[in-house]
Design a binder for this molecule. Structure first.
Ligand SMILES: C[S@@+](CC[C@H](N)C(=O)[O-])C[C@H]1O[C@@H](n2cnc3c(N)ncnc32)[C@H](O)[C@@H]1O
Length: 443
């Protein structure tokens, strides 16, 4: 139980309210420099125990308002989400925190580290002010230790965010704006970050390219219709086709699925002028493929596949076929859901059923097989990332798509590995972390 919690940089108060509902406390002081934010928090995210205070925390202790200074040595927890990176003087920030905290109090903060832009740049173009991840961690470590903090947990996580074209366009300038604290004046910031979009975009969104493309961002903005043909493998009932149409704006979208019922449903519910759906097993030899699909050889700019490839065992043939379809500068974006853990939790009685449905090798083998398959197919630029996006399983939704035995085993496997939380009445909704290997592949 906390007596006083400070949420430093509380923004619109959404997280503050969540914090207040989850963590027992007497008072939560939500501090933000932006009066519009505290006003919004007060009107939309108020609770009887939350007090919103407008205060720029980057000033020195004597310059802080009386309301804040009165909290000296009284705060049990300083919580901060996505705010500490705004502070230029980390040591001063932590000294303020030190002064606010009661004996035994602690800070729980999540903040952004800036991308290491230099690692892609040639030596003569490197930015002096841009630190590597290790150097940035060192700055924080020194500031923490310099202010007498003992560090319990200190980790840097590499998160993957799937983003649409529109989101990328919106987020990139914001990401550059977070660099502002590195410069003394606005003029310096403007002159030092001129043209940075290209570098930033290249580092963030084009991880497959091994050399820096100095015009990456400009080209991205200009080539609105770069994705002429998009193939969605395992398109199911075609819901994603609409998203792909909106985000990638291709001339032609082709959904393929092995299941005739899915294709029938896609044709019925998600037909669009520039969309075609085909029943096609991607592990069939190319010569047996649907003739219309064969005509797309060498013309496909994006092959996209989501939650599908874990069913595909014949990765060699599948990779050969994808390579056949791909245009010279096309890319494959796909993921592999790891389901192999489920065997460990299945009892002997369920094994046979599971074998029939999943036939899943070890994680190392399944990822390795795909890498080898793509390389043998001449696709050598392979970028792989592991991540655990949150998802929800319900007792009823999707039941028609998934066999009951498999569903039960998946849930049990999440539970035994402490990866699931059961929400709502302990029954209906299971929150779990999917274990995904993301692949981005090109020639
Ligand atoms: C990205 S938002 C995060 C908001 C909230 N914590 C959340 O997770 O939704 C960062 C917030 O930090 C605030 N902030 C930035 N610099 C600050 C400073 N020097 N003192 C207080 N708040 C600051 C901004 O006004 C903004 O509302």
């Amino acid at each position: 139980d906390y007596n006083i919690i400070v949420d430093l940089g509380s923004g619109d108060g959404g997280i503050t309210k969540l914090l207040a509902t989850r963590v027992p406390h007497k008072r939560v002081i939500a501090i933000d420099a932006n009066p519009a934010m505290t006003a919004y928090g007060q009107s939309v995210n108020s609770l009887s125990t939350i007090e919103y205070i407008t205060q720029d925390m980057s000033v020195s202790w004597p310059e802080l308002s009386d309301d804040i200074r009165r909290l000296e040595s009284k705060v049990d927890l300083i919580f901060s989400n996505f705010c500490f990176h705004y502070f230029n003087d980390k040591s001063q920030l932590l000294s303020q925190c030190r002064q606010l905290l009661a004996t035994g109090g602690c800070i729980h903060a999540v903040c952004i580290l800036h991308y290491d832009l230099n690692h892609k740049l040639p030596a003569n173009a490197r930015k002096e002010w841009c630190l590597s991840i290790d150097q940035q961690m060192d700055v924080w470590r020194r500031a923490l230790e310099g202010n007498g903090f003992a560090i319990d947990v200190f980790e840097c996580k590499d998160e993957t965010y799937p983003m649409s074209r529109q989101q990328i366009i919106a987020v990139l300038p914001v990401t550059i704006a977070t660099l502002k604290s590195k410069f003394e004046t606005n003029e310096q910031f403007v002159s030092e970050t001129r043209g940075l979009e290209d570098i930033m975009f290249d580092v963030l969104c084009n991880p497959v390219a091994d050399r820096h493309n100095p015009n990456a961002w400009t080209q991205f903005l200009a080539n609105k219709d770069v994705n002429e043909v998009v193939i969605h493998i395992g398109c199911g009932p075609g819901n994603t086709a609409k998203l792909l149409a909106k985000e990638l704006n291709p001339e032609h979208i082709v959904g393929i699925d092995i299941n005739p019922n899915m294709i029938a449903s896609a044709k019925q519910h998600n037909a669009m002028a520039n969309t075609d759906y085909y029943i096609q097993d991607i592990t069939h030899e190319w010569s047996q493929w649907d003739k219309s699909l064969q005509k797309l050889a060498g013309k496909v700019s994006v092959i996209y596949s989501n939650f599908t490839m874990h069913w595909v065992r014949e990765s060699d043939t599948a990779a050969q076929n994808m390579a056949k379809l791909l245009s010279n500068d096309g890319i494959i974006v796909m993921d592999i859901l790891y389901c192999g853990h489920i065997y460990g939790t299945a009892g002997a009685d369920k094994r046979a059923e599971l074998e029939r449905q999943l036939r899943y090798p070890s994680e190392q083998r399944v990822v390795g097989q795909w890498v080898t398959a793509f390389k043998s197919a001449g696709l050598n630029r392979i970028h792989i990332k592991y991540w655990e996006p949150k998802s929800f399983l319900t007792d009823s939704a999707g039941a028609e798509e998934m066999n009951a035995v498999l569903r039960e085993l998946i849930v049990k496997s999440f539970e035994t590995r402490m990866m699931s939380k059961t929400l709502f009445n302990g029954k209906d909704l299971i929150e779990c972390n999917r274990e995904l290997w993301n692949f981005v592949i090109s020639k």
